[in-house]
Design a protein around this ligand. Sequence first.
Ligand SMILES: [Zn+2]
Ligand SMILES: [Zn+2]
Length: 259
Amino acid sequence: MSFINFEILATSIVILCRVVIISLERLFPYNAHQSLLRKGFWNDLGMYTLVQSFVLSQIIFGFAYWLDGITELSSYGLLSSWPIWGQVLLSLVVHDFYIYWFHRWQHHNRYLWRTHEAHHSTEDVDWLSGPRSHSLEILINQTVEFAPLILLGCAPETIAIKGMLDAVWGMYIHSNINIRSGVLQYVINGPEMHRWHHAIDHEAHNMNFGTKFAIWDWIFGTAFFPSGRKPVGYGLGDENFPENYFKQHAWAFRRFRKK
Ligand SMILES: [Zn+2]
Ligand SMILES: [Zn+2]
């Protein structure tokens, strides 16, 4: 299969998963009051999911190929002999471990929190909440994710599969689906724990930092997984947070309040 066909296949899988997840949200909702066209829907779909992700991918991959052009690191083919599944698995585990700690740092450092609060601003957590992230956060995390794959000589298919997994997993962990994954929730992350990460409930603050794997939260003591109840609500609890994409971006650079 040519790489172009492979990319078309990966994009088709993302679109199919989108349709399946939206359908499951309607059939088995976790929070039944949430509607598909919830507050911020068009902003999240148009500006974050379509425009921002396209523009940032040009910048991130442009930078990674430029870096490879001056260092010629990929010519050593450090991972080239690995099978594609091995390259994907290595990147999945290593990048997810990195993102657990970076995410945790974002919640505890007031400057880094500015790059992350847009992601927490959604008041209805659903399939579309994942892409709502400040461009600085995406630039940092996806450069750390994809530049090493290019520099280590990974196959283009690895990059396409990783991008596909990011999109599908991001939709899944935010989805408004009433899932019971049982013991799997101790290893693989899902909406059962990640929806709590967005909760306004005090005891859920600064818990459940995992993205693809929940195991980091269980190992490092940040897992929050109560049974028999649901979050009171989601979001920042800050009515001043703007609704417009550009204003949300500018909001990160507002002055810090004097204590
Ligand atoms: Zn967070
Ligand atoms: Zn999230």
